[in-house]
Design a binder for this molecule. Structure first.
Ligand code: NAP
Ligand code: ZN
Ligand code: ZN
Length: 345
C-alpha cells in the first residue's frame, strides 16, 4: 500500500479539504501514475454535493487525470516508467459482458467502476479520483498521451473531450453538417473544437453574451444568445449537443433541430427537464443521450486531438483554490476549464 495525498469532501455540505488515504501497490497488470494535472468537471460539483443522490463519502473527486507513469506491473505491455498516461471517468469494468465486449465499458451490464464515488470490481474498495498525488490503475483503463503536449490542456480531454467526441462520431458528423453546441463551458468548448475539426459548421448556443467573441476564436462559425433566439434558428441544426448543467428549456432547443435531426443530452441537471411531445413529433426529431465513451474510443479521441491540435483552454489553479473554482463554475465564469496543478497539492 502507498499513502496518497489528496483533497476530499467528507459530506455533501463540507468543502474540499486535505485528506490522506492508501492506494494498492501496482499488481501485475497495473500502472502507477504520479498525477501532474487534473481537470475540474461540473460532475465533480454535482457529485461532491450529492446533487444526483448517489454520492459516497469521503470522496476524492477528479476524472480528468494526466501524469507520468512511475511504476509498472510485470505483465504491463502498453506503458513503461516515464510515459505520459491519462485516466478518465472509469478505472475498471467486468470486461466480459456483451456491452464491455463492444467497447462500451461505461455501460457495463455488471458494474462499471467509475473513477471516484464508486467501488473497484470487488464491490467494496472505494475508488478515489484525481485530486490526489497518484493513482494505480489496470493498464487496460489507462490511456496513452502523446508526448510534447501541454498536459494541463490535455487533462480535460479525458472527460469533456470524450463526452463530446462520442456523440459527434455516433451521429456521423462531418463536413458541412450544422452542429449546435448548447452551453459554452468545459464540455461545450471541447465540442466546438472537435466538431470544427471534423469539418462541421458550428454554432454556439449560449446564455452568456460575454462569450460571443470567444466562440469564433474557439472555431465556431456562429454564435446565438439563447435568450434572444429568433426565427433564424428554427429548424437549423442536424445535431445539437446539450451540455447545460442546470434547469433549462429543452423544448426551445428542440425547435432549433431540423426535421429528422437529433438532439443529444450530455449535461446532467439534477432535476428532470420536461419534454413536450410536440417538440419531437412535428419534425420527427430524435432525442438521445450519451455518457463519456468507451476506452478504445477515448484513445481514438486523444489520438484525433493530438493530430488536429485540439487542446482545452484552461485556467490553471492551485489545489487550495478548488472551492473558489467551484463557485466560479456555478456562475458560468470559467474560460473554459479549470485544471489543478497537482504540484500545489
Ligand atoms: P460547465 O463548464 O459548468 O458548463 C456548463 C455550461 O452550461 C455553462 O458554462 C453555461 O454555458 C451553461 N449553463 C449553466 N447553467 C445554466 C443555466 N441555469 N441555464 C442555462 N445554461 C446554463 O460544466 P461542464 O463540465 O461542461 O458539464 C456540463 C454538464 O455535463 C454537467 O451537468 C456535467 O455533470 C455533465 N457531464 C456529463 C457527461 C456525460 O458523459 N454525459 C460528462 C461530463 C459532464 P453558457 O454560459 O454558454 O450558457
Ligand atoms: Zn466529467
Ligand atoms: Zn461488463
Amino acid at each position: 500500500m502507498s499513502e496518497a495525498k489528496a483533497y476530499a469532501v467528507q459530506s455533501a455540505t463540507s468543502p474540499l479539504a486535505p485528506f490522506k488515504f492508501t492506494r494498492r501497490e501496482p499488481g501485475e497488470n497495473d500502472i502507477r501514475i504520479d498525477i501532474t494535472h487534473c481537470g475540474i468537471c461540473h460532475t465533480d460539483i454535482h457529485q461532491t454535493r450529492n446533487e444526483w443522490g448517489f454520492s459516497t463519502y469521503p470522496m476524492v473527486p477528479g476524472h480528468e487525470i494526466v501524469g507520468r507513469v512511475s511504476a509498472v506491473g510485470k505483465k504491463v505491455k502498453k506503458f513503461k516508467a516515464g510515459d505520459i498516461a491519462g485516466v478518465g471517468c472509469m478505472v475498471d469494468s467486468c470486461r466480459k459482458c456483451a456491452t464491455c465486449k463492444k467497447g462500451l465499458e461505461q455501460h457495463c451490464e455488471v458494474h462499471t467502476s467509475f473513477t471516484y464515488s464508486n467501488t473497484e470490481q470487488d464491490g467494496v474498495t472505494p475508488t478515489h479520483g484525481g485530486y490526489s498525488s497518484h493513482i494505480v490503475v489496470d493498464e487496460s483503463f489507462a490511456l496513452k498521451v502523446a508526448p510534447d503536449q501541454p498536459l494541463e490542456r490535455v487533462a480535460p480531454l479525458l472527460c469533456a473531450g470524450i463526452t463530446m467526441y462520442s456523440p459527434l462520431k455516433r451521429w456521423k458528423v462531418g463536413s458541412g453538417d450544422r452542429v449546435g453546441i448548447l452551453g459554452l463551458g468545459g464540455l461545450g468548448h471541447a465540442g466546438v473544437k472537435l466538431a470544427a475539426a471534423m469539418g462541421a459548421e458550428v454554432t454556439v448556443l449560449s446564455g452568456s453574451k460575454s462569450k460571443q467573441a470567444d466562440a469564433k476564436r474557439l472555431g465556431a462559425h456562429d454564435f446565438a444568445l439563447t435568450s434572444e433566439a429568433g426565427p433564424a434558428l428554427l429548424g437549423r441544426f442536424d445535431l445539437i449537443i446539450d451540455t447545460v448543467s442546470a434547469d433549462h428549456d429543452v423544448n426551445a432547443a428542440l425547435g432549433w433541430v431540423k426535421t429528422g435531426g437529433t438532439m443529444v443530452i450530455v449535461g446532467a441537471p439534477p432535476k428532470p427537464v420536461p419534454v413536450n411531445a410536440f417538440s419531437l413529433i412535428g419534425g420527427r426529431k430524435n432525442l438521445s443521450g450519451s455518457v463519456i465513451g468507451g476506452i478504445a474510443e477515448t484513445q481514438e479521441m486523444l489520438d484525433f486531438c493530438a493530430k488536429h491540435k485540439v487542446l482545452a483552454d484552461v485556467e490553471v489553479i492551485a489545489m487550495k483554490d478548488v472551492n473558489a473554482a467551484y463557485e466560479r463554475m456555478l456562475k458560468s465564469d470559467v474560460r473554459y476549464r479549470f485544471t489543478i496543478d497537482m504540484k500545489t497539492l
